[in-house]
Design a protein around this ligand. Structure first.
Ligand SMILES: Nc1ncnc2c1ncn2[C@@H]1O[C@H](COP(=O)(O)OP(=O)(O)OP(=O)(O)O)[C@@H](O)[C@H]1O
Ligand SMILES: [Mg+2]
Length: 222
């Protein structure tokens, strides 16, 4: 579903974020991207979201060439993708339900369909009983789970996460990773950028290691 073929990203200031990156990801895979700060993890995710364009090579997502994608096509691309950030970026003046429902409202779905899918997404992260509460009523781990529910509510084929456990203690981080595994089991491809090597090693999934913009290892975590 994802094909990086010699993908390079040179930023306008001349800095090279990624060098000739090549790897493929199949439908339904679960993989991590790791590497030190500045290695290019977020750059890789931003290329997949078409927030940045590759400056060389070919990048295909579900057969679509992201180097040549037009601005008008980007909303359609993003419908296939869910994103989870380190800071979940929830709206604190809206209920948990409204936060999760937001992407569906933007898509213009019918009210009953929005309610059905929103409750389903909350069930997937075990927060169905928190729908009417506000994010400030929840723990940090619960807030992060609301962020995950919002990312999968439109049933994307691909879920991207950039340091989703960066603010959590090890026990909560492991819990969040279990949620990602549950989502993956239902068929969603999951790609997580993380520098938490201890956590990654326990999970035994495919691991891409970046170093200064180059792919230096691709295999199961040791
Ligand atoms: N907009 C930009 N303009 C110029 N250089 C950039 C830009 N964004 C990122 N970079 C550079 O590209 C390299 C890769 O950055 P990136 O954010 O992808 O790293 P990262 O692996 O996500 O790091 P971190 O773990 O700190 O989040 C870094 O050297 C960074 O300074
Ligand atoms: Mg980053």
């Amino acid at each position: 579903m994802i094909r990086f073929e010699q993908v390079g990203k040179r930023y306008p200031n001349g800095h090279v974020g990624l060098h000739e990156l090549s790897f493929h990801v199949r439908h339904g895979e679960f993989l991590f991207v790791t590497g030190h700060s500045g290695a290019g993890k977020s750059t890789l995710l931003r290329l997949l979201l078409a927030m940045e364009r590759p400056t060389s090579g070919q990048l295909l997502l579900a057969g679509q060439d992201l180097a040549g994608i037009s601005t008008a096509q980007i909303p359609f691309l993003r419908r296939q993708i869910g994103v989870v950030f380190q800071n979940h970026q929830l709206l604190f003046d809206r209920s948990v339900f409204d936060n999760v429902a937001l992407p569906l409202k933007i898509l213009g779905l019918r009210k009953d369909e929005i309610a059905r899918r929103t409750l389903l997404a909350l069930e997937r992260v075990s927060l169905q009983d928190k729908a009417e509460q506000f994010p400030s009523d929840l723990s940090t781990g619960q807030q992060q789970r609301v962020g995950i529910a919002r990312a999968v509510v439109h049933q994307p084929a691909l879920l991207l996460a950039d340091e989703p456990t960066g603010n959590l203690d090890p026990r909560l981080a492991a819990e969040i990773m279990k949620v990602f595994e549950d989502i993956n089991r239902l068929g969603t491809t999951v790609l997580i950028a993380s520098h938490d090597l201890a956590l990654i090693a326990r999970m035994r999934h495919r691991l891409l290691t970046l170093q200064r913009g180059r792919l230096i290892a691709d295999g199961e975590a040791a």
